[in-house]
Design a protein around this ligand. Structure first.
Ligand SMILES: Cc1cc2nc3c(=O)[nH]c(=O)nc-3n(C[C@H](O)[C@H](O)[C@H](O)COP(=O)(O)O)c2cc1C
Length: 197
């Protein structure tokens, strides 16, 4: 009887952990909020870098807004908030969150988990989210696209009262682990969170 009980509980755990795994693989994001925030000229006036963060996690609504600002879809034909040469869209962003690393699927507005575990500790800033801005190395326009993405995020942060810093340092922290397409690389990282009190 005890053995049967143990086997049933074990199978129950297995089913639970498998379904938890499946659920965590793909996170539906709330629709980005396209109204609100500071007026544009005030946003420019507030734009600045901050390197220390409150450890409070960001709500998923903020995560969605930030990723949409970086390279979300803003038109019915699939074009993006970030301009790209000939609309080739050879850009992407990953979000390092407390439980793993996620690829932003802009067309579906979902996060796809690519690494499980606490990778935030690789970045020594205490932010609850670190963006990894990626692009194809052989595209001569990649640095421009990356700059547009981190600036979109920086402006969103200024508008929403969040802290951020774009960094050319620490871009190699997930080398060999992050599943990038061949010839792509992390150009910049961008910790984002609430300002330190
Ligand atoms: C291309 C680029 C690379 C940067 N790399 C880093 C970096 O590796 N580490 C860092 O702390 N800040 C980095 N910054 C942030 C700058 O130091 C910051 O923007 C500058 O000091 C001006 O401050 P402000 O943005 O508040 O005006 C970088 C900024 C840019 C545009």
């Amino acid at each position: 009887m005890a053995l049967r009980h143990f086997m049933l509980s074990f199978l129950g755990c297995l089913v639970l952990s498998v379904s938890a795994h499946a659920a965590a693989d793909r996170l539906e994001l709330p629709a980005p909020q396209k109204t609100g925030g500071l007026p544009f000229m005030e946003t420019l006036n507030e734009r600045h870098v901050e390197r220390t963060f409150d450890s409070r996690p960001l709500p998923m609504q903020e995560v969605s807004n930030i990723l949409w600002a970086a390279c979300g879809v803003n038109r019915s034909d699939g074009r993006l908030t970030v301009p790209t040469a000939m609309n080739r869209q050879l850009v992407g962003v990953y979000a390092v969150l407390p439980d793993g690393v996620y690829r932003y699927n802009a067309q579906q507005n979902v996060l796809e988990q690519v690494l499980r575990g606490d990778y935030l500790k690789q970045y020594r800033n205490g932010a609850p989210m670190v963006l990894l801005h990626v692009a194809r190395e052989s595209d001569r326009c990649s640095p421009f696209h990356i700059g547009s993405m981190y600036e979109n995020v920086a402006l969103y942060c200024a508008s929403a009262g969040l802290a951020n810093v774009m960094k050319a340092q620490e871009t190699d922290r997930l080398d060999g682990k992050l599943p990038l397409p061949d010839g792509w690389k992390v150009y910049m990282i961008q910790p984002v969170g609430y300002p330190a009190k």
